[in-house]
Design a protein around this ligand. Sequence first.
Ligand code: F0G
Length: 387
Amino acid sequence: MPFRPRYTGLIDRYRDRLPVHDDTRVISLGEGNTPLIRLNNIPREIGSDVDIYVKYEGLNPTGSFKDRGMTMAVTKAVEEGSRAVICASTGNTSASAAAYAARAGITAFVLIPEGKIALGKLAQAMIHGAVVLQIRGNFDAGMQLVKDVAEHAPVTIVNSINPYRLQGQKTAAFEIVEELGRAPDYHCLPVGNAGNITAHWIGYCEYSSASGDHVTEACAFCKGRCMYAGGAVVGNRPHMVGYQAAGAAPFLRGKMVDNPETVATAIRIGHPQSWDYAWKVNQESGGWFDECSDEEILAAQKLLTGKEGIFCEPASATSLAGALRDISSGRIPEGSSIVCTLTGHGLKDPDTAIRQCSEPMMTVDAELRSEERRVGKECRSRWSPYH
Ligand code: F0G
């Protein structure tokens, strides 16, 4: 029986479209290759003729899309002789940086906002051996501090201002195009620093351009003329739609927000680092930005878990919350194909998930008779044909 070649991560998979050399030592944990799941029950429930897919990035090795960028950033840091990486983070970047630094045998310094990071992420950063610094301030303050430190110390920043991060993250768009045979009509993402929406656009542009074509102004590697595009794989590009949490929505306000607040801690960001690029993406793709309330975000998270069996973190559900609103208003028309990125896994933040579940947990005696009675009663009350 012929064996399929072992999947060894996105750098090996897309080597000729990424800034690596033949002898580059690749730091990988097998990231990428995540499932693109077609929603079955939610479209039926909302009664709309739309194809909605979710790209379940929570299934990356450390539980978020950050691993796509981190494999590139840490690979390049090591290649360039760096012995330490540093980042500010609302959670996912810190876990990813810590894991890839451990894999590479170098040190990770992570700065996190005190008391505002989900426990699952803190656990990852600590157990992978990162130097964790809690700062009295939010992500934006941490980011500024990281930039200041990196000016004076021999460390590589692995936030998404490191252009290799976006190079790794663009591969999610490649995977989507390969799976659907075309780009979707709309691609919806949660937006914090706006690195990921930019990275996806770069990916879609590269896959729809021939070599030497004018590709996109939203990429740090070139201004339009791309060395990684070649032999257009697909003819179309999506409209890129970015959704922000209402309390942390600088793209909606048209300016930076100083005290961002939202239950979606991952995107509690008021000073996006990819501000200019994201506006380019917006113009070039004919997309838009919109905002979702915390209630809408949590409702979408619960809908996905309850109706489709897919558990993402609150920030990730922002993409679906916004898409559902735009489908029902007709801004996203009937007959469209839509991809929503689910950026991180729900297990990051079990506290917020449990707080959303109003049904009390039952406690029963550990003996069959009493348990049978409780379970039987419960089944009868929930499932009428059982009466
Ligand atoms: N979703 C999740 C789960 C995230 O962790 C982030 C960013 C985003 C969306 C937004 O992506 O910044 O590229 O627009 N998290 C960063 C972190 C800030 O530190 O983990 P973006």
